[in-house]
Write a protein that binds this ligand. Structure first.
Ligand code: GAP
Length: 441
């Protein structure tokens, strides 16, 4: 290793290789909002698929929904977001810059203009408000959801009555969420438009503590299964004063970023807060009937919530590596194969071997596997290009290939090469796909 990963290096790689672009780049960007490029899009869909699969593989009932991004004001009033979803804000009276009060030291000067003249701290509401249609009535006010969870709670009865599920069971969802963060920062870490993957696990009050521990263990081991370095990950219980308005116990799965230990996923015991609130405000019965005790009760909820973008950033930090190779610096993304955007590259050693090599590549492409074919530049440069985007295998078609029915396979991490039969390429590639990976349980 020649140097450690920094945020700047990662941002630069993401832009250079087409993982992430600033939104509306050509107009100067939009703070806290990003677009995924071709490689970022492939990698994000792997992340989503792996998360979904990690839940589907369990011997538990978990169904999935895809809720709307907009919700009526009454819903956000019931959830507590209208009243409680804000951050403390201060403004520098001299240059009018605004900061989250917990991000700056108010005893010191403004980091932008150097003057010390702060306003009092006030609460800043984080939800994006909008108006539906041309009407200006209060009932047409809507908000973009600041968490996907509420779509699950307001659909609880719909799912319950249509899906033949029984307590305990889970409703999971992947989708966009929006927060008007005062200071979006650290690239994808704190954004204004981002994506969440959330599981709401419905159970009885008596079993909630047990399930809280179950999910904390399960979610931590998920990160291990997708290659997150165990020395950079930990589970931390929240202190009482850190808890959100809905939670009585929360543990965070934290990752050690270059800017410190930070939350990657939150596991929260939400009690029966959300369903009770929505039942009270909507005046709909959201309780379930227990056939054994012949009583109705409101289920309790354990929530596991992680951001797609934050996990994506974590996986990049976890994988980024620079090392000295033959007097040069090799940048390599040591991504777990299941996460890697490109599963394999097919490289003819020289131009005139392109055709047979491209035929092998086309066989895999036809199966819907994301593979690349690259003929331009020296073979060494082409290997480096694939290293930088985390491609686990490069298959090189050389002068022996036609005669012996073989290619060489080069392993990204060790850079070792071995000669293998062309018909065994598939066995390498199937292990890289989240859809094709054999079940580990
Ligand atoms: N439903 C619970 C909830 O939303 P949260 O701790 O505010 O809890 C859950 O968010 C996860 O969503 C975080 O652990 C993080 O991974 C992701 N997340 C939250 N705010 C984010 C932001 N502004 N930008 C990117 N990801 C964010």
């Amino acid at each position: 290793m020649v140097s450690t990963v920094t945020l700047d290096k990662l941002v630069s790689l993401c832009k250079r290789r087409g993982f992430i672009f600033q939104t509306a780049d050509i107009y100067g960007g939009l703070n806290g909002v990003y677009d995924a490029g071709p490689l970022g899009t492939l990698m994000k869909s792997n992340v989503r698929a792996l998360w979904q699969q990690s839940l589907q593989r369990l011997d538990k009932d978990i169904v999935f929904i895809d809720g709307a991004l907009l919700g009526p004001e009454t819903m956000w009033k019931a959830s507590g977001h209208l009243e409680s979803f804000h951050d403390p804000l201060v403004e520098c009276k001299s240059c009018n810059s605004r900061f989250r009060a917990d991000d700056v030291d108010l005893a010191r000067a403004c980091p932008r203009c150097g003057k010390t003249d702060w306003t009092d701290v006030r609460e800043f509401h984080l939800m994006f408000k909008t108006q539906l249609g041309a009407s200006v009535e209060q009932s047409s006010v809507a908000y973009l959801r600041p968490e996907t969870a509420q779509s699950v709670f307001v659909n609880f009865k719909n799912v319950w009555t249509t899906s033949r599920v029984k307590i305990p069971f889970g409703i999971a969802q992947i989708g966009k969420a929006f927060r008007n963060e005062i200071t979006p920062k650290q690239f994808l870490f704190r954004m204004r438009e981002f994506e969440q993957m959330e599981l709401e696990w419905f159970c009885t009050e008596a079993t909630a503590r047990e399930f809280f521990d179950f999910w904390a263990t399960e979610r931590t081991s998920f990160y291990k299964s997708i290659g997150v370095n165990q020395t950079h990950i930990r589970l931390r219980s929240h202190e009482k004063e850190e808890l959100s308005h809905y939670s009585t116990a929360t543990s965070d799965v934290e990752y050690e970023f270059p800017f410190g230990w930070k939350e990657l996923e939150g596991i929260a015991y939400r009690g029966c807060y959300d369903l009770s609130q929505h039942a009270q405000h909507s005046k709909k019965d959201l309780a379930v009937f227990d056939e054994e005790t012949k009583e109705s009760y409101t289920p309790h909820v354990i929530e596991c919530s992680v951001g797609v973008d934050r996990l994506f950033l974590t996986l990049l930090f976890n994988a980024y590596c620079e090392e000295a190779v033959e007097g040069e610096v090799r940048t390599v993304l040591r991504l777990h194969p299941s996460v890697a955007p490109i599963k394999a590259a097919f490289l003819p050693l020289v131009n005139k071997l392109a055709e047979p090599c491209e035929r092998i590549y086309a066989e895999f492409k036809k199966c819907g596997i994301s593979v690349q074919f690259d003929v331009s530049g020296s073979i060494g440069k082409r290997y480096r290009r694939q290293d930088e985007i985390g491609t686990p295998y490069c298959f090189t078609y050389d002068f022996e290939s036609a005669e012996t029915g073989t290619v060489t396979v080069r392993h990204r991490d060790s850079m070792k090469q071995e000669r293998i039969a062309i018909n065994s390429i598939a066995s390498y590639i199937t292990h890289t796909s989240p859809f094709l990976t054999p079940c580990p349980h």
